[in-house]
Design a protein around this ligand. Structure first.
Ligand SMILES: [Zn+2]
Length: 179
């Protein structure tokens, strides 16, 4: 097993402007690495923190799995998200979340199927419903997914704090449930 020490605080935080369109979104989230870095930042905005002992030091066992250097417990960056057991790439989920949260007049299963290039309408339909359930206050305010570190070019009201945006994204990802 090859262990790599987790990058220090802040260095995994996505930088730059918030994606204002699909092209920019793809540039940031088209790789598994980009998606993972984003999940890491949402989960641990101030750097890794072991949920069991509170230690800030960990090793990356796999790309998404971290082992605490202090107590040895393992935490996945996708644990408790809607796609913790998914076999599909994170980038596909991210693209789906982007699509569903950016359609002003509501996303359709057919539209989602086209955007994702999925063969199965049934699968697409189930994804759409999972994501819809995860969305906060549809039609009010926060629509775009991926808004942490955002700016004013997204249609998201500027008065929303980064923390509020992070919470909205976390809800879509399933960290905070559907409440
Ligand atoms: Zn620990």
């Amino acid at each position: 097993m090859h262990l790599t020490q987790v990058a220090p605080t802040g260095s995994m935080a996505p930088s730059g402007r918030l994606p204002a369109n699909l092209q920019q979104f793809e540039a940031r989230f088209s790789t598994e690495e980009g998606c993972r870095a984003y999940l890491f930042q949402l989960r641990w905005p101030e750097g890794f923190r072991c949920p069991h002992c509170g230690s800030g030091k960990a090793w990356a066992v796999r790309a998404t799995l971290f082992q605490c250097s202090n107590c040895g417990s393992q935490t996945s960056v996708t644990a408790d998200t809607r796609f913790q057991d998914t076999r599909k790439p994170l980038s596909l989920w991210f693209r789906a979340m982007w699509y569903v949260t950016s359609q002003k007049n509501g996303a359709s299963a057919l539209g989602l199927q086209r955007v994702l290039g999925l063969g199965s309408y049934r699968t697409t339909w189930s994804w759409l419903h999972k994501l819809r359930r995860a969305m906060v206050r549809p039609g009010r305010g926060i629509r775009h997914f991926g808004s942490v570190g955002g700016n004013d070019r997204t249609g998201i009201p500027e008065q929303l704090s980064v923390a509020t945006r992070a919470k909205a994204d976390a809800r879509v990802l399933g960290y905070l449930g559907t409440a």
